[in-house]
Write a protein of this length. Sequence first.
Length: 356
Amino acid sequence: MNLKRSLVAAASAAILCASPAASQSHTRWKIHDMTRPVPAKVDASVKLPVPPPSDAVVLFDGTDLSSWRAADGSAAKWIIKEGSLAAVPGGGPVLTRDGYGDIQLHIEWAAPTPGRGKGQGRGNSGVFLMSKYEVQVLDSHENTTYPDGQAAAVYGQYPPLVNASLPAGEWQAYDIVFRRPRFRPDGSVAQPARITVLHNGVLVHDNSEIWGPTSWLQHLPYESHPDRLPLQLQDHGNPVLFRNIWLRELDEEPRPGPGRHQTKPIITMTPLMLDNYVGEYGEGGVQGVVVSRRDGTLWAKFGLLPPLELLPHSEEEFSLRWTAATVMFKLGSDGKPKTLTFHIGGEARPTPRMSD
Ligand code: MG
């Protein structure tokens, strides 16, 4: 490769590295594509308000703005109007004082009535999870705009599965389950954010993977950010109302991994020793247990279930693989099991041995 060519190649590589979003397309649709299929209209009816459960963090109950602030940290510029939190055009967004990561969020909103404006200018606000990922708020009852920007869209990424919008002035609800993105120590994305949304009780996003921060006209790449960031409501110049805002913080999802299931040591028993346990316990039928041996492993068949593997921890104690269930054998003076007791969920079910 000559010098000129290598310089061109290096420059191209630098451009690709500088704007990774430009090199990837997440969908066959262009951002804000008007030829994208329009979500079908669904007549929704939802009973509101939905009271917060006992473990909820109540962010707005109609009485005060103490959980909220302006972007610069000063007092929130929005106003409380008849128990609602009203966006003040030009007042800027409002952000929660605390940060949140994985959450279940309930929020009710109403587009201004009488409806004014059209497209993106009609009842526009937004619920920004972690201040970065917007679920669009818009009067989309009878209002044409690009599908990835209508009410309940993950803005610029996913239109809602259906349009469950109610007319302006009517209270509507979003119920959102949000899993924040996970970043590796080097800042790369280990797991993108995921979102499930119900609009007025109707599923509009089903565990969708968010590609990066939502934005007008842009696919922005993820940039590593803290695990907890404020929830933000957008000022888009329209006096949208909000009320009954609460969330529940979610525990991290448990991850499967080795070593979590079995902590007790497993002992080795010879086939001859295992044959001691082989036989029928109980009266048969659904309550009976049949113990059998296949090669070096014991199996217990409970009623109609297929045989389940028994792991020996001692001559008396076995467990069922992958479960918290224990099988205890009571041995007679001859060393042979006389009773099998099945333990699960704090209950014990002893069954006498019926035959070898
Ligand atoms: Mg918006």
